[in-house]
Design a protein around this ligand. Sequence first.
Ligand SMILES: Nc1nc2c(ncn2[C@@H]2O[C@H](COP(=O)(O)OP(=O)(O)O)[C@@H](O)[C@H]2O)c(=O)[nH]1
Ligand SMILES: [Mg+2]
Length: 474
Amino acid sequence: MPTSREIINVQVGQAGNQVGEAFWQMLLAEHGIDHSGVSIIFNVFRHVQGTRRLFTSVHSGPLQTYTGTDPLELQRAGTYFTEVTGASGNATRFVPRSVQVDLEAGVCNKLRSGVLGNLFRPDTYLSAESGAGNNWAKGYYTEGAELVDSILDIIRRQAEGCDALQGFQILHSLGGGTGAGLGSLMLSKLREEFPDRMMATFSILPSPKVSETVVEPYNALLSVHQLVDSSDLTICIDNEALYDICMRTLKVPAPNFENLNDRPPEAWNEFDSISPRKSLSCMNTLKLMSIQLHFLMPSYAPFYDPKAKHFEKNSVPELTKALFDRKNLLVACDPRFGRYLTAAIIFRGDISSREAEVAVHDLQLKNSQHFVEWIPDNVSVSLVSVPPVGQTQSATALSNSTAIQELFTRTLESFSAMFKRKAFLHWYTGEGMDIMEFSEAENNTRDLISEYQQYQEATVEEEEFGEEESAEEQ
Ligand SMILES: Nc1nc2c(ncn2[C@@H]2O[C@H](COP(=O)(O)OP(=O)(O)O)[C@@H](O)[C@H]2O)c(=O)[nH]1
Ligand SMILES: [Mg+2]
């Protein structure tokens, strides 16, 4: 049996753990596992017309029929879960390969006493009492630094239990103190200890629409400064966009975190649903020649007002168009102001590969100015025949678009306005932090923005010219 390529999840801070809860709920639903980690599906293999089909029926709730021909699909749960055979020999439990960390006890306690209370191993929770008070320096240099070795011990134990560790994913917000500061510290420590493993982050960017803490732009850019160097892939989730999707499209009158947190898992869902082999090839498509440009924008379709659900019919071209529409992006950027460098799309449901390829090709033709012409085949398409729970068809994309600079520009403007006046810096210097680090974060973000801009303006001719020039030099 081929082994899964395991991922270890590290959720840090309030947002990290709250989004984490939604993420695990999605994984449980997708893999037919109940809240305590016991499989609620039973699998029956049959041979139908020479094709192996796997029927899975759920004991309660609507009957799910899952059809697969790829043996790797059976292993998918293994990416995020360790299978533990019960003492009596029959009840197999699926235990998340995850660590739940916070610098205050409240959020972890809530997770422990909530619906997923029995899911995680008790010894994978780690919290302190002090809190980080929305101060990046406390997460990175003081309070967080005291906890980091104990966290690494837990992660090391999990890594030792893996057959083929793919890497790590960190779920955190960038606007607070713990997820941002301690999350960045974890990232650099893991990078040091596991230099050849993938480091991915799901990073939640702050928006004034959702939070009132004034120093969030500081915390966010101090984190981006670290992510540029230490992460391989950062999937950006922008609270500004989540808020707008909930308000405008889903018609939620006053969205709370729970409403916001349901959105990202819908998009990740698809990446979990493709085989590990395909998922790796998607990731390779998304990585660029410039290692700095690894900030990705997720999008998902369909998002709709539940009241209008029965009036919606989503054809493949409509789903495709929606994926590239700003209203469906989980980042508040307008893709029309940038150019797509690469993108990976996954369609789910009864969709033929021809239908999908044609829809994507047509969209690229009609919007050719928004895709760089110097990377041929820069959009990869994958298909999963099983629709997500409760849907008939859906699509998701992860895009590497130069439009993401808008997100960094927005945060940089707020950062610089405060930094110019040295506002609130004593909070950070009081924890022993050097002001130089603020200037470095500011400059590094400027460089990142101008690198995106450079790629946006690059043309085929320049590339060829560049190649000739370097050939002559040799
Ligand atoms: N989407 C989302 N954002 C959150 C959630 N909780 C906090 N935030 C955002 O995260 C930032 C504050 O960070 P938080 O995670 O509370 O701080 P930490 O506990 O110190 O890591 C602010 O931008 C909040 O708006 C959540 O559950 N979901
Ligand atoms: Mg907190």
